[in-house]
Design a protein around this ligand. Structure first.
Ligand code: GCO
Length: 465
């Protein structure tokens, strides 16, 4: 009994320390980037590229939706950035449309260039650091006609485009992402056949991944050669990375060899291979039973200044049925049918951390370049945001060098083959009312977090479970 009393006394003595440690721990590092991401094709509207051609055929996009008007961000960008600024954001991730800037090989459309100068000037005016993606799933028609990313020539063309971007926009942009989700693009467009050019060849998907990473490596060096201007005065003229999609894969049963192997190979080729390529230089895109790629590309070694992580969900690998992966049975899922699994972000950050020590000796930081939820009635986003940020905070506390959190997405937009039904936006876009931007409840919660650079205890208490 005496012993128990002593133990309780001891625990009570610890309580205030634990509570203050908790509030201290909910603070993010100084200078942390808070923002949202968009992609040109999903928001701008008024475009011509390989996706626009694809959307015209019936059945390619749900409900016959097209990106034709998008959410008219091409014209409304300044007002949209004002919304991000009002939310306390200090960064914004967006992509530039290669097809606008170079509509024909070697021919620059200077009106499009001027447009993006205005876009970056507007970001600056709204105190948002531009984080610019060069390839976010769409190609100029002439690139698609030459075979797209299956053609080695596209690697050279992309490097030239990157050099142009660095020269032209270096005084306005420091943070560059060469590619968005090379793994998702390669498999959706060349293996699953869901996106243009809708091939169904796993072998091609592996070649495309390798070509994308070759393109990344060339673009990395081209941007560093071309961009010497420190746009925001932080001492660095160009930081270049890739926005990697990380999906967790777990076997349903750890003692089922097929399920364990499926999880292992998915994780290896889909998640790890692109990060490893840009870190070690080894382009190894292989799946058992398929002709893959394994080659060392010296240009790819140490070709990142940060590692971008796009995280949404985990898949559980199963065997014996029609599907080989499903959301975890019984777990909560989002409207997209994806498991709501915040701990996966903690795991994804540690995975990326494993590729952050480069052969040239640098240890590069990690940036969360996308994380978000399809939330049709706006009721779950605030909780999704807070629970995922709590895991980001845990990862930082445990030693991962995470420099920012960029939410997908600023406003509802064209979700590729799913059209306009999914709603990932912090702002809902009312398509029945002149594309009006309507704040979802997550906006004020995000603002509280961004402005305090912390997860305030009352926000954690209300939304953190
Ligand atoms: C991707 C893209 C975005 C998507 C988002 C939601 O991951 O496919 O980067 O374009 O819209 O991820 O699916």
């Amino acid at each position: 009994m005496r012993c128990r009393t002593a133990l309780f006394a001891c625990l009570i003595a610890l309580l205030p320390t634990a509570a203050s440690a908790q509030s201290e721990l909910a603070v993010f590092p100084k200078g942390f980037y808070w923002g949202a991401a968009t992609a040109a094709h999903q928001v701008e509207g008024h475009l011509t590229n390989d996706w626009v051609t694809w959307e015209k055929a019936k059945g390619h996009v749900k409900n016959g939706d097209t990106s034709e008007v998008g959410v008219d961000h091409y014209r409304r960008f300044d007002k949209d950035f004002a919304l991000a600024e009002a939310m306390g954001h200090n960064a914004h991730r967006l992509s530039v449309e290669w097809a606008r800037i170079e509509p024909e090989r070697g021919k620059i459309d200077w009106a499009a260039v001027d447009h993006y100068h205005e876009v970056f000037a507007s970001l600056r005016k709204h105190h948002l650091k531009p984080m610019v993606t060069l390839f976010h799933f769409t190609n100029p028609v002439w690139v698609a006609a030459q075979g797209g990313w299956l053609a080695p020539r596209t690697v050279d063309d992309f490097a030239k485009f990157a050099a142009f971007m660095g020269r032209e926009f270096g005084k306005q942009v420091d943070c560059w992402m060469t590619l968005n989700e090379p793994n998702v693009y390669a498999f959706q467009a060349f293996d699953a056949g869901y996106w243009p050019p809708a091939h169904q060849s796993r072998e091609e998907a592996l070649q495309v991944m390798a070509n994308l990473m070759r393109g990344h490596a060339r673009a990395y060096h081209a941007l560093h050669e071309a961009d010497h201007e420190d746009a925001d005065g932080d001492g660095s003229a160009a930081e270049v990375g890739v926005a990697n999609h990380v999906a967790l894969f777990d076997p349903m049963s750890g003692i089922n060899a097929i399920e364990a192997a499926t999880a292992y190979f998915n994780d290896t080729v889909f998640n790890r291979a692109p990060m490893r390529a840009a870190s070690s230089g080894l382009l190894q895109f292989e799946i058992p039973g398929t002709q893959g790629v394994k080659v060392f590309d010296p240009q790819a070694a140490s070709s990142v200044d940060f590692i971008g992580v796009n995280y949404y969900t985990r898949w559980v690998c199963v065997s014996g049925g029609a599907k080989d992966r499903i959301p975890m049975p019984g777990a909560p899922t989002t409207a997209m049918g994806w498991e709501d699994y915040p701990y996966g972000l903690y795991r994804a950050l540690w995975m990326a951390n494993g590729y952050s020590r480069l052969p040239d000796g640098r240890h590069v930081p990690i940036l969360i370049t996308e994380n978000g939820v399809d939330d049709p009635d706006g009721k779950t986003r605030a909780s999704y945001l807070v629970r995922h940020l709590a895991e980001v905070h845990h990862a930082i506390r445990d030693g991962v060098d995470v420099r920012g959190y960029i939410h997908w997405t600023l406003m509802d937009n064209f979700e590729w083959a799913d059209g306009y039904r999914p709603r990932f936006g912090l702002y809902h876009v009312d398509r029945t009312n002149g594309l009006a931007r309507v704040a979802t409840p997550a906006v004020s919660v995000f603002e509280r977090i961004a402005r305090s650079n912390a997860l305030p205890p009352e926000i954690l208490a209300t939304y953190g479970r």
